[in-house]
Design a protein around this ligand. Structure first.
Ligand code: FAD
Length: 394
């Protein structure tokens, strides 16, 4: 186990020495590099600060003589060298988005009493033939609104009509599936990935359809839709371009990750050129239920060094014991690599999808951590404290 008072030395280029005043100690070498000593507990904060000031961390070394050979962060408390150094990202083609000036996170621009009434621009099925259920990709026009959002946020949708008590229907939240620039990259749309809720009533056995999800899945192009928000700060991407982003999704939990992946690989930005490793674990019942399959696989082909895609197809694949393949089995299979990654201070893990999926993930992580004699619940607590473990389940 590591201790939070261990010291690390950051080698940073591109920083003005005056800007290091907040750090514990710093020295400037002839090479122009600045060396900053940082306690483990402040590493994330310091990385963000350096990045904000325009500096690049070219090396991190634990102050116990274990030199790390690359720009990757070392594993706290471990002398293991991380071999998963992603190669530089290939540059995507297409529109270059200028620097985003406002780093403020927009919240509640539209509230339930005064929602923005957008229009449905498209409503496309995402489940292929033979798959289970109905899941739609919806795009709404935000023209004329002040609604701005960033990747990882959600919006509220107010379905028309009244509830069982005769009161106007309440809003339901949906994770945004597009980047802040929207699918058309014109900064004027927002996209959702919605599953129609359908279940058999526990007493009557009658088929019941969810109010809001049915309203959304049945929208026609040109229909009005009442939008609130945006909300949410839990699932935001870290600003560091060399962060490692582990994404674990079930079903529509893919929505925020589609937004991340578009931002990382599909769009071009002046102020964000992702060069870390993005690893998506995606759990679905059938191949036909792999939402955004073509987009995901195309990105994997184009960016093999920076994007890994691992499916767990429960009804089609078998785990090592011959049972159904769930996400936790994929985590166990990749335990060594995942463990090395998770220990790096620049690695963030995001979990999104069905309530209940966390149990399986913890199970997978528990056995991954046990291989290295680490107690997962204790380690996870530290990750949460460091804001490197992000969960949104519903
Ligand atoms: P409702 O009409 O509200 O019915 C839901 C109710 O039905 C439940 O409260 C429960 O009482 C009952 N019910 C449900 N299942 C059963 C069952 N099996 N047996 C008995 N009773 C049952 N959804 C998406 O599709 N995509 C997203 O990206 C998405 N993102 C979300 C993000 C956040 C932060 C949150 C909180 C939720 C998200 N959801 C998402 C879920 C979404 O908000 C709605 O809860 C979902 O669409 C169902 O709403 P509804 O109006 O269709 O169902």
């Amino acid at each position: 186990m590591y201790t939070s008072n261990r010291l690390f030395q950051f080698e940073v280029v591109g920083l003005n020495p005056g800007s290091t005043a907040q750090t514990q100690s710093c020295s400037v070498r002839q090479s122009g590099s600045i060396f900053i000593t940082v306690p483990y507990a402040r590493m994330n904060q310091e990385m963000r600060r350096i990045s904000r000031l325009g500096g690049t961390i070219v090396n991190i070394q634990p102050l116990d003589g274990q030199r790390q050979p690359t720009a990757s962060a070392s594993s706290p408390g471990s002398s293991t060298q991380v071999s998963m150094q992603p190669a530089p990202t290939q540059q995507p083609q297409g529109k270059i988005h200028p620097k985003s000036e406002d780093t403020k996170i927009p919240v509640n621009t539209y509230r339930p009493k005064t929602p923005f009434i957008g229009k449905c621009l498209s409503n496309e099925p995402l489940v292929a033939e033979g798959g289970s259920g109905i899941v739609q990709h919806l795009v709404f026009d935000l023209a004329g609104s002040d609604l701005k959002y960033i990747e990882g946020q959600s919006i509220g949708i107010i379905p028309p009509g009244t509830d069982a008590k005769g009161k106007p229907n309440k809003l339901r939240l949906y994770s945004i599936a597009s980047t802040r620039h929207g699918d058309n990259e014109e900064d004027s749309t927002v996209s959702l990935c919605v599953r129609q809720l359908e279940y058999n009533h526990p007493e009557t056995g009658e088929k019941v359809y969810g109010v809001c999800s049915t309203h959304l899945c049945n929208l026609n192009v040109g229909d009005d839709v009442a939008i609130t928000g945006p909300v949410g700060k839990e699932m935001l991407l870290p600003p560091e371009e060399d962060a490692n982003i582990i994404m674990i999704a079930t079903g529509t939990g893919i929505a925020p990750f589609r937004a991340y992946l578009w931002r990382m690989f599909k769009e071009q930005h002046e102020d964000y050129k992702f060069r870390g490793l993005a690893w998506l674990f995606f759990g679905i019942p059938y191949t036909a239920n792999i939402l955004y399959k073509e987009e995901l696989e195309k990105l994997q082909q184009e960016f093999p060094n920076n994007f890994r895609l691992t499916y767990a197809i429960s009804r089609e694949q078998q785990n090592a014991e011959g049972g159904k393949m769930y996400i936790q089995h994929r985590i166990q299979e990749n335990a060594d690599e995942l463990w090395k990654l998770i220990q790096q201070p620049k690695t963030h893990t995001y979990i999104c999808g069905l309530k209940g999926m966390e149990g399986g993930i913890d199970e997978g992580m528990y056995s991954a951590a046990s291989k290295f004699d680490v107690d997962w619940p204790t380690y996870q607590k530290e990750l949460k404290k460091a804001h490197r473990w992000h969960v949104e389940t519903y």
